[in-house]
Design a protein around this ligand. Structure first.
Ligand code: DP6
Length: 333
């Protein structure tokens, strides 16, 4: 591959079972606590990056059209970091294709920046071992640090007192999990959200009186979640994830001004999840920065859960399982 041929990478979104909500450093994207997620086998993003030494500036195409505004700025800022680290000053051409609606709380930025990090690392000659890649992806979007890995991953906040805090914060694969989870995505709305997760997170940390309590609890949840995964205790996995996510929403709903992603349709889906449990099915809900609901269940129950969630008015249901980490298209590897 010459410098000017594109490197192409594919990555998938991840859904956190213990959420990342709150940064201690906005520029380096360092979180206040560890988080844990499952990378999915649905909604891949494919991204091609090539150096364009003769171009006047970066060219960023998203789903066939030039990226604009905040999205473009985040990508070009990320490319600046890649140039700084590689010592190669050439502008880039980035062509990215999502299969998940962007900005709708379906974690498009996680798969997006994981794919961009890998393709850019290949195109500009940066290290591509999982830890280096996870650190790099983190600088694009915090949750992207976890999508570098397949299956379950834990993102370490890193020691705030470390000599190089940027170096200390990255995600690692969780290799001792003994559950076979499915995630049933209940898509209620696919439009872009009114408040970005980045802004909502910032506002929550700065103003929500509930945030310190949630953060303390979240640190406990992480330990409980790791043990439950190891022990194959899906009930504790589900209960902990649901409480963690609903607690996160309570923190943002008590921010000033409040951020509310939950809609009447979300509440209908959450009620349906409770109904499934009352009927004896193991099903628990999680939500991110958007109105859509994801239902956590044993893979063996996924079909039943999907059929029942499909009864919610206006819901489109997609069943996902654990998926692979970010990878290069074979001929680029
Ligand atoms: C609610 O990773 O999108 O999905 O680091 O500011 O880009 P930035 O935020 P982002 O936040 C995701 C938050 C979440 C929870 C999670 O994925 O852990």
């Amino acid at each position: 591959m010459t410098d000017c041929e594109p490197a192409v990478a594919v990555a998938h979104p991840n859904i956190a079972l213990v959420k990342y909500w709150g940064k201690r450093d906005e520029r380096l994207i360092l979180p206040l606590a560890d988080s844990l997620s499952l990378t999915l086998d649905a909604f891949p993003t494919t991204t091609a990056v090539r150096q364009a030494p003769d171009a006047p500036e970066d060219r960023v195409i998203m789903d066939g059209v030039p990226a604009r505004g905040e999205m473009r700025r985040r990508i070009t800022d990320f490319l600046d970091l890649v140039r700084e680290r590689s010592g190669i000053r050439a502008p880039a051409v980035v062509d990215t294709r999502n299969t998940v609606p962007v900005g709708a709380g379906l974690a498009s930025s996680a798969g997006g920046f994981a794919a961009l990090a890998l393709a850019a690392a290949r195109a500009y000659g940066l290290p591509r071992d999982p830890v280096s890649l996870s650190r790099l992806a983190r600088r694009g979007s915090g949750s992207a640090s976890r999508s570098v890995h397949g299956g379950f991953a834990v993102w370490h906040a890193g020691d705030p007192g470390a000599a190089d805090p940027d170096h200390a914060s990255y995600a690692e694969a969780v290799t001792d999990a003994r559950v076979d989870l499915a995630l049933v995505a209940v898509i209620l709305e696919a439009g872009p959200k009114s408040v970005s997760s980045r802004e909502a997170m910032r506002r929550t940390v700065a103003t929500s009186p509930l945030f310190p309590g949630w953060l303390r609890k979240s640190r406990e949840d992480l330990g409980r979640m790791r043990a439950a995964l190891r022990e194959g205790d899906i009930t504790t996995v589900g209960e902990t994830a649901e409480r963690n996510a609903l607690g996160m929403h309570a923190t943002m709903e008590t921010a000033s001004p409040p951020v509310r992603y939950r809609t009447a349709a979300s509440d209908a889906a959450l009620t349906q999840v409770r109904r499934l449990r009352a009927d004896g099915l193991g099903a628990w809900a999680t939500m991110d920065a958007g109105p859509n609901v994801k239902v956590i269940c044993d893979a063996a129950d996924a079909k039943t859960v999907a059929a029942r969630m499909g009864e919610v008015t206006g819901a489109r249901v997609v069943v996902a399982g654990g998926g692979p980490g970010a990878r290069l298209r074979t001929e680029d590897a």
